[in-house]
Design a binder for this molecule. Sequence first.
Ligand SMILES: [Zn+2]
Length: 272
Amino acid sequence: MDRVRKSYQYVTHLRKPGALRRALRLPKNPYWNFERILEMEKGFHVKSTFFFLQESKKLNLRAPREWGLSLGRYRFHDPEVARAIRMIDSAGWEVGLHGSFESFRDFARLSGEKHDLESVLGHPVAGVRQHYLNLEIPRTWQIQKQAGLSYDASLGLKAGVGYDGIPLFPFEPFQDEFVVLPLAVMDGALFSTVSDTSARLTALTRIVEQAEAKHALLAVLWHQRFLNPAEFPNENSVYESFLRLALEREPWVATSAQVADWWRTHVGGKGH
Ligand SMILES: [Zn+2]
């Protein structure tokens, strides 16, 4: 959940052909897709993890390339955001922490964000995925563990999809309860490396087949802004098609916290 409102993107993208026309036609807030995602997943009997981000990076007017980190940000305590967080949690989906851009190397920041999210949720947060998949190994995992988080879901590729260089299974970097859940597919990496819908589904099918053959963990990351048919008519359907083709093989589908728990109970510390 990088952003819940669309604001500066209009300004930076309006110069593209047809952008103004599209902007005027869009529903009021194209980055508010929670209800639609829950409904869609419910249809598949699937529940995922929503990682919420509280970015604190100050706006640097001289660095427009960084504006995306500052503008359009939200606080967990914003009333409509807090309502969405509680709604997702009480419906049985998982709410996790999406650590802000600098938090991967800043204990106080990460732990403050965890505390703020927990004060909205009313119970502990199990795990984290760092914004931009920022990860300094092993420092980030030490910081996360010290903050009381029990899993990390940030180990993945920013420019490529699949298991190339990505572990097939969860693992415990410190041989204890702290579990790392490797990430095999990020939507943006898929969209930027494979251009049309059918080739994207072929690539995803291949990864699903690999996961099935190896009995591997297949973790996927989707940004909620892509799950809006009006704004992303091509990209919007890919997540749903992915679920359909993956579920044909009858995998166990679970939230990140459930996967981490399963791993700790069944495999962790047993000399795999
Ligand atoms: Zn992010």
